[in-house]
Design a protein around this ligand. Structure first.
Ligand code: HEC
Ligand code: HEC
Length: 434
C-alpha cells in the first residue's frame, strides 16, 4: 500500500473502533470474515432466529447489521502481483501523462481523459461513449475508474482480466482511440523515451520501417508480416503502457461517503429516509448482487437492461470471454509478472449471454446515465426496470434470461425515493488523494 492511501484508511479503522460501543459486537470473528457472497437465503433464516432481539437503529436485525458491517469501509486496494509496476510512483507519473495524451489516437484527437472526465467521477455523462471526428459512437456506457483498482474483471463484459490488459482494447477500438500498437510504440519513443527506458528498458529500433510498419495490430496483414520477436517487443510495449496506466489509476483514491460515516457510528450521517432506503436495499434483493464494500459481487448477471437499438443486441459476458481470450495481454499471459495468481476464466457455457458485471454503486449518483448501454437516464428508471424484473423475453433490445437473484417488486413512490436517497449517500466526499 502506498503511503498516501494510509491516512484515510487509518482514519476509517480508528473511527470504527472509536464508535464500537454504539454497535453490537459481531457474534464471532468468523461471521465477519465469511465470504462476501454469503447467501441472503441464509440471512432470511437467521433473521427469524434473531427477530426477537432488539433492532439496530430501529431497522436492522443483528444478522443484517453484520452483513452491512462488511460493506464499509472500503478496504485497502489489493495488490496486483501481475503488474510489478502497479505501485511504482514513476510508473504512475508516466501513466498520468499518457492518460491525458491525445497522441495515442488516430489524428491525435482522443485521450483516455476525453471520456473519463475527472469532474464526473471519470465518466463522460453520455449514454454511449463518443470519439473521433466525425463522431464515432461506441455501444457501451463509460464507467467510473475510481474503484477500478478493486475486483478482478474489468469492462462491462469482463473483456479484460486485469486492469493493465484494458488500455490496448480502448486504443485499438475503432470507436475509441482507433490506433494500433505499433503506432503506440512509436509515440512512446517520440514523447517518453527517457522515462520509459529508465523504467522498462530499451525500445526496439522503431525507425526501421521494414521491420516496424506504420500501422499494425493483431489481425491485420501488416502485423502478420512482422517477425515474431518484433511482435513480441511491440506487445511488451503495449503491456507496459497498460501497467503505467494501471499505476496511475491506482492512485485515484476515493474518500469516505455518508454511508461509511454512518457505519462508523455517526447515525446522523444519513437521513432517516436514507436509512429506510438502506433497509429497502436489503429487503428488495439489491444486496444479492451489490454486496461487499464495493457494492458488487464482481460477478456477471443478466438483468435485461435495454441496449441502444441502433447499436444492436449486446451479448455481454459471451463477448467478454472471447475478447479476453483473443487479447495476448492478460493476467495469465507471458507479459504478466505473476501468471499463477488468477485461475482461468470459466468456459463459455452459453448461459453467459446477456450477462454484465455488477457495477459498483459507490459514487453512482454522479455517473448518470445508467446500465451497460446508458439507456436508463436516472436512478428512478433503474429501480423501475429492476422492479419490473427486466425487459420481457420477447423484447429484442436485450439478451439472456433475467437472473433469479433479482426479485421483482412493486415499490411505493416513497420507497423509490428512499432507495434513490440512499444511493446518494454512497457519493465519496472527495476522490483524488493528490
Ligand atoms: C471514447 C471514450 C473512451 C476512451 C477514449 C477511453 N475509454 Fe475507457 N471506457 C470507455 C467505455 C465506453 C468503457 C466501457 C467499455 C466496455 O465495458 O465495453 C470504458 C471502460 C474502461 C475501463 C474499465 C473500468 C471497469 O471498472 O470496468 C477502464 C479501466 C478504462 N476504460 C480506462 C481507459 C483508459 C486507460 C483509456 C485510455 C487508454 C480509456 N479508458 C479510453 C470509454 C472510453
Ligand atoms: C441479480 C443481480 C442484481 C440485483 C439483484 C440488482 N442488481 Fe443492480 N445491477 C446488476 C448488474 C449486473 C447491473 C448492470 C446491468 C447492465 O448494465 O446490463 C446493475 C446495474 C445497476 C445500476 C446502474 C449502475 C451504473 O453504473 O450504470 C444501479 C443504480 C443498480 N444496479 C441498483 C440496483 C438496485 C437499487 C437494486 C435493488 C432494487 C439492484 N440494483 C439489484 C446486478 C444486480
Amino acid at each position: 500500500m502506498r503511503s498516501h492511501c494510509l491516512p484515510a484508511l487509518v482514519l476509517a479503522a480508528l473511527s470504527l473502533s472509536a464508535c464500537g460501543d454504539a454497535q453490537p459486537a459481531p457474534a464471532d470473528a468468523t461471521a465477519l470474515d465469511a465470504p462476501a457472497d454469503a447467501s441472503t437465503a441464509d440471512v432470511a433464516t437467521r433473521d427469524a432466529t434473531d427477530a426477537a432481539s432488539a433492532l439496530i437503529d430501529d431497522r436492522f436485525t443483528q444478522r443484517q447489521w453484520e452483513m452491512l458491517r462488511r460493506m464499509s469501509p472500503v478496504p485497502a486496494m489489493p495488490a496486483n502481483p501481475t503488474n510489478r509496476f502497479a505501485d511504482n510512483p514513476q510508473a504512475a507519473a508516466l501513466g498520468r501523462m499518457i492518460f491525458e495524451d491525445r497522441g495515442f489516437s488516430r489524428g491525435a484527437q482522443v485521450a483516455c481523459a476525453s471520456c473519463h472526465d475527472r469532474a464526473r467521477l471519470f465518466t463522460d455523462g453520455r449514454p454511449l461513449a463518443e470519439a473521433q471526428m466525425p463522431v464515432m459512437r461506441g455501444r457501451r456506457n463509460t464507467p467510473t475508474l475510481l474503484y477500478a483498482g478493486w475486483g478482478r474483471w474489468k469492462l462491462w463484459d469482463g473483456g479484460a482480466d486485469t486492469l493493465w490488459a484494458q488500455p490496448i482494447l480502448a486504443i485499438e477500438n475503432p470507436h475509441e482511440h482507433d490506433f494500433t500498437r505499433v503506432e503506440v510504440a512509436r509515440h512512446v519513443a517520440e514523447a517518453y523515451r527517457a522515462p520509459w527506458e529508465a523504467l522498462f528498458g530499451p525500445l526496439p529500433p522503431l525507425d526501421d520501417t521494414t521491420r516496424f510498419p506504420a500501422r499494425a495490430k493483431p489481425g491485420d496483414a501488416a502485423w502478420r508480416a512482422m517477425r515474431p520477436d518484433d511482435q513480441d517487443a511491440i506487445n511488451r510495449i503495449a503491456a507496459n503502457l497498460g501497467k503505467a496506466l494501471e499505476a496511475f489509476e491506482r492512485t485515484l483514491v476515493p474518500g469516505r461517503s455518508a454511508f461509511d460515516r454512518y457505519m462508523a457510528g455517526d447515525r446522523e450521517a444519513m437521513t432517516p429516509e436514507q436509512r429506510d432506503g438502506l433497509k429497502l436495499f436489503i429487503t428488495l434483493s439489491c444486496i444479492n448482487c451489490h454486496l461487499g464494500p464495493l457494492f458488487t459481487d464482481d460477478q456477471f448477471h443478466a438483468l435485461r437492461m435495454p441496449d441502444d437499438s441502433t447499436a444492436g443486441p449486446d451479448r455481454g459476458r459471451a463477448e467478454g470471454l472471447a475478447t479476453a481470450a483473443e487479447n495476448v495481454l492478460g493476467a495469465r499471459s507471458v507479459y504478466s509478472d505473476d501468471r499463477t495468481v488468477y485461475a482461468p476464466a470459466e468456459p463459455n457455457s452459453g448461459a453467459v449471454v446477456g450477462q454484465f458485471r455488477t457495477p459498483t454503486l459507490r459514487g453512482v449518483a454522479l455517473t448518470a446515465p445508467y446500465g451497460h448501454a446508458g439507456t436508463l437516464a436516472t436512478l428512478e428508471e433503474v429501480i423501475a426496470h429492476d422492479a419490473a424484473g427486466g425487459l420481457p423475453l420477447a423484447d429484442p433490445r436485450a439478451q439472456g434470461t433475467v437472473d433469479p437473484a433479482l426479485i421483482p417488486f412493486a415499490p411505493l413512490p416513497r420507497e423509490v425515493a428512499a432507495l434513490v436517497s440512499f444511493l446518494r449517500a454512497l457519493t465519496p466526499d472527495e476522490y483524488v488523494a493528490r
